[in-house]
Design a protein around this ligand. Sequence first.
Ligand SMILES: Nc1nc2c(ncn2[C@@H]2O[C@H](COP(=O)(O)OP(=O)(O)OP(=O)(O)O)[C@@H](O)[C@H]2O)c(=O)[nH]1
Ligand SMILES: [Mg+2]
Length: 557
Amino acid sequence: MSDTASSASPSTVAAESHRRRTFAVIAHPDAGKSTLTEALALHAHVINEAGAVHGKAGRKSTVSDWMEMEKDRGISVASSALQFEYAPEGHEGEPYMINLVDTPGHADFSEDTYRVLTAVDAAVMLVDGAKGLEPQTLKLFRVCKARGLPIITVINKWDRPGKEPLELVDEIVTEIGLQPTPLYWPVGEAGDFRGLAKLTADGEPEEYIRFLRTAGGSSIAPEEHYSPAEASEKEEGAWDTAAEEAELLAADGAVHDQELFLDCTTSPLIFASAMLNFGVHQILDTLCALAPEPGARESDPKAVEAAASSGGSAVEKIREVDEAFSGVVFKVQAGMDTHHRDKLAFMRVVSGRFERGMQVTHAQSGRTFSTKYALTVFGRDRTTVEDAWPGDIVGLVNAGALAPGDTIYAGRRVQFRPMPQFAPESFRTLRAKTLGKYKQFRKALDQLDSEGVVQILRNDARGDANPVMAAVGPMQFEVMQARMAGEYNVETVTEPIPYQVARRTDAASAPELGRQRGVEIFTRTDGELIALFGDKWKLAFVEKEHPELTMEPLVAD
Ligand SMILES: Nc1nc2c(ncn2[C@@H]2O[C@H](COP(=O)(O)OP(=O)(O)OP(=O)(O)O)[C@@H](O)[C@H]2O)c(=O)[nH]1
Ligand SMILES: [Mg+2]
């Protein structure tokens, strides 16, 4: 333990950072993100059988009440992080350290997913081979593009009948304007997945990787390797078709280019079956070879300016990975399981070495605190972490006032950009079922509000006991109620309210806005004044009648 700035030399930090790959798995619901996460972990030999991490079938160990929602419906409600070492075949030296975050696909939980995307260096985007591009995938792609987050595309469920591979490539080009550059092309059509043609840098098939099925796909699928000539003989038509298709794409210029990939113009493409474990280690190899290692991060220009004009100590403009420790909080969550009711702040290390027990400064409050309880969270398991490096994800236990988007640092002052707030589209009231539970209700509300489960809106007319919840989608309300009941023993009642649109306003405009019919003014916990409107026509009407009043859209991202 130490209370000094990073005690590791810049070269050690650089070396640790160099071998790290930190990415999120994203997609429309049901594309197979959690299944792939499991399969990736299986390949790194960190779990012994599929089902150990998320375990939709027979999950082991303790599960919090709200996690029951995930189990009952077979969907992911919250993101979860995994870390493991992985060495591609023939790799020399230290293995890679993979930090992977599985995200929920459902649009109602997209806020959680967006937050994760602020903390990773790349994304693996899954496409269901039978369904092609789906709405949530499109949305997520736009967020990645806006953030400059490189994307590796995986067409999943190739073991099931689906679309033509060239049709899927076309769809990705026309629907999202991203050029897939195949690295591995499927041998056998969807539903008859035999293996992958490994392509050279020029897009030429150089090797046939044939997969063998294992019982239920619960262990790593053995591979056989053949030359193109052998493959052509062995698989006859299937190999020749694959080779022709791959050559067609190569002739079209669909070959990997690292710069265009980092720029989100192109995306390396792989075909896989997460369920059968086909193509999974090819995904890992691709991540190691192509995904960017952790890099420098810029400070929020507003914070730099504010520090300069206040005459306090300067906020440095950019933090290089090999400088003193800094990290960014991207998620705060309590009650991960019933034995640990404490609050975890998930922090991504941006620079330097994090050591458990070190003194750090919370940039937003200026306070210092010691990081005595630090964990890595592996699915539902947690172990104490002694040190961590750029790209790693650490859970800080009960670390005071940390909120999503906050910066902590040692050494010179730095403050990264705040977390973008999401634009709520669903609104409901919330109150405790029985008045006697009011104190607990308040406590639970404060806690879940600080995690950002929903946004809490209040005003004098409704009073503290009857706040309004604002969310991206209604399932967030269910999570809120389930967690209130499960973790705080407070049964709640919610009722619909007749609002559909939220706008940010200010103190000068609020009184006049509040006098309009079908408009109500609230204060959000962060102090922003929020006006709710019956519907978008009502909003348009007020905007037309009162162009002088402030009504700004809340940024979705
Ligand atoms: N046939 C087949 N089924 C798959 C494959 N991958 C996933 N599945 C199935 O698809 C369903 C959804 O898989 P999940 O991994 O839960 O999907 P997800 O993307 O995590 O879903 P959300 O977290 O709810 O967004 C499950 O029934 C899986 O067994 C695959 O490669 N082939
Ligand atoms: Mg999932």
